[in-house]
Design a protein around this ligand. Sequence first.
Ligand code: GRF
Length: 237
Amino acid sequence: MSVSTLSADPINQANKPLRIAVLVSGSGSNLQVLIDAMQAGSLPIEIVGVISNREDAYAITRAQDANIPIAVLSHVAKGKRMGIKTFESHANDQLTVWQPDLIVLAGFMRVLSAGFIDNAPAPMINLHPSLLPVYKGLDTHQRAIQAGERHHGCSIHVVTAELDAGAVLTQALLEVAQKDTADSLQARVQKLEHQLLPWTIMLIAKDILNINQLTTQNNGAKSANLPALPLKLWLNG
Ligand code: GRF
C-alpha cells in the first residue's frame, strides 16, 4: 500500500467512532461480533457499510438486520462471472462514498489487485486463520494438523499486494489438541478470531496501533513509537 493513499493525521481524531467498512464472502460471524460490539457501545466504531462478493452470503442478512448499508457485488450474476477489475471498480466507488477510516476483510475470499489496494480510500486489514507467516493461503487448519503443529491460531495483518504477507499486527494462539481434526481446529480458531478482531480494532481506534505509522514502517522507515509486533493474545480456545 502506498503511503500517499493514507492521511497524515491520526486515524481517529477527537474520539469520533472509527468508521469501518467490512468486506465479506460467507457467514459473517466476525461481522456479527463487530455489529454486536457497535450496538453495545463496547467498541468505538461505526460500520459504515458492508461489501459482499457473494449474493448467498449470510453476512448480508446480518448487515440488513442491523440496518447497515450493503453492496452485493456478486462474482457470479445471471450465470456470468464478474471480473476482478469490474468488482474492484464498483467496490472502490462504494468505499469512496462511505469514506471509511479502515477497511476490514473478514472472511473475504477474493484476491485483490495491487492497484485496488494501493488506491483504496483507507488502510486495509485482513483476518487470516493461521499464525503468519506460516500457512498463507487456504486449508490452513488441515495443513497445521498434517505438519504436527503444537500451536495454531489466527492473525490480523495489513493488506499488501502480496497475499497474506503484510505486517502482522496481532495474533491469537491456542494449543493444538491430539484429538483435533481440521474441523474442530477451525471451530476453535474461529472463537479466537471473534476475540482478536474486536481487540485489534480497539487498539487501532485508540491509536495504540497506528496503521499509518505501521504502513510507513512496512515501507522501510523505522518508528520509535511502535510496540514490538505482532501483539499476541494467548487464549484457551
Ligand atoms: C474465518 O474463519 C476466517 O478465518 C476465514 O473465513 C472465515 C470467515 O468466517 N478467512 P465468518 O464469515 O466471519 O463467519
